[in-house]
Each structure stands twice: as structure tokens, then as C-alpha cells.
Design a binder for this molecule. Structure first.
Ligand code: UD2
Length: 324
């Protein structure tokens, strides 16, 4: 009886072993994951009609616009894996916004540059309240104290100054890419190497089908965030942008200076640093543009061209969470 059992068990182990050896490569090949016998990656042949026809996938200045279906994640990951990159993310959780941090950090662990070296910089006025989130090997959480402010507009806008200083004082030789993200958001799906570029902007989910005359740019010529009628490419989010350190440093420094010079003259742009960022991106075209998959809004129904929501802003009660 025991011998029979052992024989059946052995038989099953052999069958499963053979299946594993022969079927795994076939499965992996279908997924586009397979190494060829020479150790090279196999993936579907690029087609001359590659990409999507229902959405824009390249800008007039020839920057890619990243949508699901325009890239092979495994191919991109293999390219950047060889470069051994480190990606930083900044996130601010000041005042009541600390409540969003746990979900942000936990979902970042599941979806944001999984398998890569990542440093998440949390800026908060309540360092003791930062949730303990288990981070995978090679991933690190750094907590920095920042003061609170009476005005939410200042909390949001002062991020540029803090990002500028962080790059100058800490990140310079340590990190290759940086993304600056809103905390009241969650990751739902992959955000990875496809998003990397010199200067990266995300198209705002609220305006991507609108004519540029409807974009909420700063329209007063007195402001340094001014965008004239007939100007502007896309309306970009203030809640997510990034790129290589030098480019993001230049962006943060310029937006900060323009914001402060405006303030000296008693002007605050319509959407604070988001307005300055939009002006900056008009004059300094992003080298990669991310579709609204990369910052959706939970209160919006998903449109059919948005096949994947990767990151989205949660529904929040502004009156309840903002300082004023
Ligand atoms: C938009 C932008 C935001 C910013 C703002 C204009 C998106 C999705 N969001 O969102 O990035 O450009 O317009 O100022 O594009 N914060 C705190 N504590 C506060 C207030 C803000 O920590 O009391 C931080 C936090 O990281 C938050 C971010 O600042 O995610 C932006 O503030 P918001 O979410 O209130 O801005 P909102 O929703 O108007």
C-alpha cells in the first residue's frame, strides 16, 4: 500500500516536472517573457502599425505619449535593469493629508517600479504618524519634516522649493530619475520603466478631450504662469511629473521663482504650481508624455480609451481636509 502510494507520488512528481520544463517556456513566450536559447529576450515583432489608433501616441514634437498597448513592459524593464537605475518619488503629507499616506505607500509597493531600486521621500509635519509599511529589498522610505501652513495653496505650491532643495542637497549623485506625486492617490496597476524620460508630464484626466481654449491655464498676462489664447499643448497635472534630476531641478527652480516673484506682486496663479508647471511645459516640451492612465480621478467614470488606470486621485472632501 505504502509502496503504491510512493510510486504514484513519484509518477506525479515526474509528470509535473516534465510539464514545468516543457510548458513554462511556451507560456513565457506567449507572454513575451521568454529568453531565447542565446539568452536574449523574445517579444512580438514591432509592426509598422504599432501602438494605438484611437488615441494620440506621439506629440507633434515627437515625444511618445504612453498608453496601455503602446509598449512592452518586459522589454523596457530588461533595458533599464541593465542600467541599474534608482528612482526617487516625493510625496507630501501635511496636516490632514497624512491619512492618505498609508494607501499611497502600500499601493506603491505593489505597482510603482516593482523590481527596481526606489527611494520614497515623504515630507510631513507629523513624522511620528508615518505608517510603517513593509518595503521590499532595494526599496527605502525616507521621512523629512516640513512645517504646516495656514493656507493649502502654500502647502501645495511650496513643494517646488522643497523638491529643488532635495535634488541639490541629497539626490544629486544618488538617484537617476524622480517623480513628484500627490499623496491623495493610489496605484492600481503598473507604473514602471515605460514612464521614464528626461522631462515627463501627465495629461490631466479632466481636459484631455477639450479644446485648448477650455484649459484652465493662468490667463492673466501679469502672472508668470500666463499662457496666451491659442497657446498650450495639453493641460498637464500638478499631481504627477518627473524626469531626470537635472530637468526636474530646472522645472522646480523655475516654477518656484515664478511663483515667488508673482507673490511679491500680489498674484497667485489660478492653480498655483500646476499653472506654473503648465507654462513651463509649454515652453520646455516634455520628452515623454503620460496619458491620463497615470493620474485618473476616482470620481470620473472610466472612458473606453483608458484601458488601465494606473494611478488615481481618491475622492476627498476638500472642506474637511484643507486647513481653510
Ligand atoms: C490639483 C493638483 C495638485 C496641485 C493643485 C493646485 C492633481 C491631481 N492635483 O489638486 O497637484 O497642483 O491642484 O494647487 O493634478 N497637500 C498636503 N496638505 C494639504 C494640502 C495639500 O499635504 O493640506 C499636498 C498633498 O500631497 C496633496 C497635494 O499637496 O496631494 C496637492 O493638494 P490637493 O490634493 O489639495 O490639490 P488639488 O486636489 O486641488
Amino acid at each position: 500500500m505504502n509502496l503504491k502510494f510512493v510510486a504514484v507520488l513519484l509518477f506525479l512528481v515526474v509528470v509535473l516536472g516534465v510539464m514545468f520544463i516543457y510548458l513554462k517556456p511556451i507560456y513565457r513566450f506567449r507572454e513575451g517573457l521568454c529568453d531565447s536559447s542565446e539568452g536574449r529576450l523574445k517579444y512580438p515583432q514591432p509592426s509598422i502599425t504599432h501602438g494605438r489608433t484611437d488615441v494620440v501616441s506621439v506629440t507633434p514634437w515627437l515625444a511618445p505619449v504612453v498608453w496601455e498597448g503602446t509598449f512592452y513592459p518586459v522589454l523596457l524593464d530588461s533595458i533599464y535593469q541593465k542600467r541599474n537605475i534608482t528612482v526617487a518619488a516625493t510625496v507630501f503629507a501635511v496636516g490632514k493629508y497624512i491619512r492618505f499616506l498609508k494607501d499611497f505607500l502600500e499601493t506603491a509597493e505593489q505597482h510603482f517600479f516593482v523590481g527596481f531600486r526606489v527611494k520614497v521621500y515623504v515630507f510631513t509635519d507629523q513624522p511620528n504618524e508615518v505608517p510603517k509599511v513593509k518595503m521590499a529589498a532595494g526599496r527605502e522610505l525616507v521621512v523629512r519634516s516640513v512645517p504646516n501652513s495656514k493656507r493649502w495653496q502654500e502647502i501645495s505650491a511650496r513643494r517646488m522649493e522643497i523638491i529643488q532643495t532635495l535634488i541639490e542637497e541629497t539626490l544629486k549623485n544618488d538617484v537617476d530619475y524622480i517623480f513628484c506625486l500627490d499623496v491623495d492617490s493610489k496605484f492600481h496597476s503598473r507604473w514602471g520603466t515605460e514612464s521614464l524620460g528626461e522631462l515627463v508630464a501627465v495629461i490631466h484626466p479632466g481636459y484631455y478631450k477639450d479644446d485648448r481654449s477650455k484649459f484652465p491655464y493662468e490667463r492673466r498676462p501679469a502672472s508668470r504662469a500666463y499662457v496666451a489664447p491659442g497657446e498650450g499643448d495639453f493641460y498637464y497635472c500638478g499631481g504627477a511629473f518627473g524626469g531626470v534630476l537635472a530637468e526636474v531641478h530646472q522645472l522646480a527652480q523655475t516654477c518656484r521663482k515664478n511663483f515667488e516673484d508673482d507673490a511679491k506682486e500680489g498674484i497667485e496663479a489660478a492653480w498655483q504650481e500646476e499653472s506654473h508647471l503648465n507654462r513651463y511645459m509649454w515652453l520646455n516640451k516634455p520628452s515623454k508624455v503620460l496619458s491620463p492612465e497615470y493620474l485618473w480621478q476616482d470620481f470620473k467614470a472610466r472612458n473606453s480609451e483608458v484601458r488601465v488606470i494606473r494611478f488615481s486621485g481618491v475622492i476627498k472632501n476638500y472642506n474637511e481636509i484643507r486647513p481653510n
